[in-house]
Design a protein around this ligand. Structure first.
Ligand SMILES: *Cc1c(COP(=O)(O)O)cnc(C)c1O
Length: 507
């Protein structure tokens, strides 16, 4: 006590009895805010304007890396204008190659301008989507119905769409709910007993060899172990083989396992294949399995009349993952999970402590009662903006156009003597490789050559197209998702790969 009393007052303590508003760095100075806001919009506008005229791939120079990673915490606060200048100089020049028109890597689209602005409003309002009674939550409820209508998912009083950080988180919610439902059906409660030493038959999940890595991560995270993910072989078009699924479920059951979920992929990440969803739904029904469809990338492909048939059965899913940050020009991050029976999710997740209240009968269902997270970002506004700006017809046009361009690219590849398709073109993904004529290269040499070409594409700054493996062979993988792409972009890509390929083999 003695030492406490003799401690000299800290500088801020002397000001404790004075109003703080006008000298605090966070204090709202409206004129300054408007001024900084205009500067920010100018920076953003410049960024958007220059996007496609800058190289597709911008590598952060070494001194910038060091500067950013070694940045010191300042003793005194920085000036707001200096902070914007810092971002302009040291951060904005080096984005990931995701928004460029000729960035065909991964599965990402640029942000719709209106979505960028709507997201600013969302962060300004700073209202999370966990629950309570507020406009953004109701908007999310309406937006959920948009997703269901677009994806052909049943809309009724029991269904619900919840926004997540992405497909991985949406898949984890689906698999968790599936697992808990299975235990409940067997007469026990995982939330109460947990999986440890349950002495019960091991739970198993089924998916094709082409399933996204996040599904394996889900099984690992749920404590089921990697071996609980039972891999079903795919056919020559990379689609799960229903006969093999049935056989594996049968033999696993006979061996004392407890199959509880089957995951169908509507648009595989690697090659865009669509699993035979209707046949899988039949098998799921027959064996009492939860039917989850992972359409993180491809669920919206159902809107393309040329592909709609292949989606038959998706409407029978218990849960459907769909990522607006992939095909819908929504700024990262945003994934959605469409839930057929929200009560199943509620049973798996709802836990309302004393210091929170529970959703009432008049409110929209609270996401926090159907998912792991409590407070979470208001992703509804930007997603609503990106979709609303297009309307249904615009979304159909976007998806169909990307698919047509991919087919056009595939056609150009097939007609080039020195290019070869490595998987059938499906949705907006094309996998191909450069094969110099008359060189007699084996697969290993072609793998190395195509990795080199992919690097050369990036170094040229003209496009971005990383490699993947298709049945063990290195492929140049182009995924078309940009609203502004044209046949000219596809021609450019073919010409670029052939030119860099010829240079690489010294012709
Ligand atoms: C991208 C993708 C995921 C993972 O989604 P994130 O948003 O990156 O978490 C899951 N499944 C499929 C089929 C995907 O393409």
């Amino acid at each position: 006590m003695e030492t406490l009393r003799r401690r000299p007052p800290l500088p801020y303590e002397t000001a404790m009895n004075k109003p703080i508003a006008d000298h605090h760095p966070y204090a709202l100075d409206l004129a300054a805010f408007r001024d900084l806001g205009r500067r920010t919009v100018d920076l953003a506008a410049d960024c958007l304007e220059q996007l496609d005229s800058r190289p597709a791939v911008n590598v952060v120079p070494d001194d910038e890396r060091r500067l950013l990673m070694g940045i010191a915490l300042p003793d005194e606060g920085m000036q707001a204008h200096d902070m914007l200048a810092f971002l302009e100089q040291h951060v904005m020049p080096w984005p990931l190659p995701a928004s460029h028109r000729r960035s065909y890597g991964w599965i990402c689209s640029p942000s719709a301008p209106i979505a960028i602005l709507a997201d600013t409003i969302a962060t300004t309002m700073n209202t999370g989507l966990d629950g309570y009674d507020h406009a953004s939550l109701f908007l999310m409820q309406g937006l959920g119905r948009w997703f269901m209508e677009l994806a052909g998912f049943p809309v009724d009083g029991n269904s619900l769409a919840v926004l997540f950080s992405g497909g991985s988180a949406a898949n984890l919610n689906a698999l968790t709910t599936a697992l808990h439902s299975a235990a409940r059906a067997d007469g026990w409660n995982i939330r109460e007993e947990g999986l440890q030493g349950s002495g019960r038959p091991p739970f198993t999940v089924y998916a094709s060899e082409e399933v996204h890595s996040s599904v394996q991560k889900c099984c690992e995270q749920l404590g089921l172990g990697r071996r609980s993910l039972r891999i079903v072989p795919a056919d020559d078009r990379f689609r799960l083989r229903p006969d093999a699924l049935r056989a594996l479920v049968e033999s696993d059951r006979a061996a004392g396992m407890r199959p509880f979920c089957v995951v169908g992929v509507a648009g595989t990440t690697n090659v865009g294949a669509i699993d035979p969803l209707d046949a899988m739904a039949d098998i799921a029904g027959e064996y009492g399995l939860w039917f989850h469809v992972d359409g993180a990338y491809g669920a919206l492909g159902i809107l393309d009349p040329a592909y709609a048939d292949q989606y038959r059965g998706m409407e029978r899913a218990d849960t459907l993952t769909l990522d607006p940050h992939k095909w819908l020009h929504t700024p990262v991050d945003c994934g959605a999970l469409l839930m057929r029976d929200r009560n199943a999710h509620r049973e798996a997740f709802s836990l309302v402590p004393d210091y929170l209240s529970e959703s009432g009968p008049d409110s929209a269902p609270w996401p926090s009662e159907h998912m792991f997270q409590l407070t979470y970002a208001n992703r509804a506004l930007k997603t609503w903006a990106a979709i609303g700006r297009l309307g249904r017809n615009g979304v159909v046009e976007l998806v169909t156009r990307c698919n047509r361009l991919a087919a056009y690219l595939a056609d150009r590849v097939e007609r080039s003597p020195d290019l070869e398709m490595l998987a059938p073109c499906s949705l907006s993904v094309v996998n191909f490789r450069y094969v110099p004529t008359d060189e007699g290269m084996d697969d290993a040499a072609l793998d190395a050559l195509n990795r080199h070409i992919s690097d050369a594409v990036a170094a040229s700054g003209e496009a971005h197209m990383p490699t993947t493996k298709v049945r063990g062979r290195t492929a140049l993988r182009a995924c078309v998702l940009h609203y502004a792409n044209t046949e000219e972009d596809m021609d450019h890509l073919v010409d670029l790969v052939r030119r860099l390929g010829r240079e690489a083999v010294g012709r």
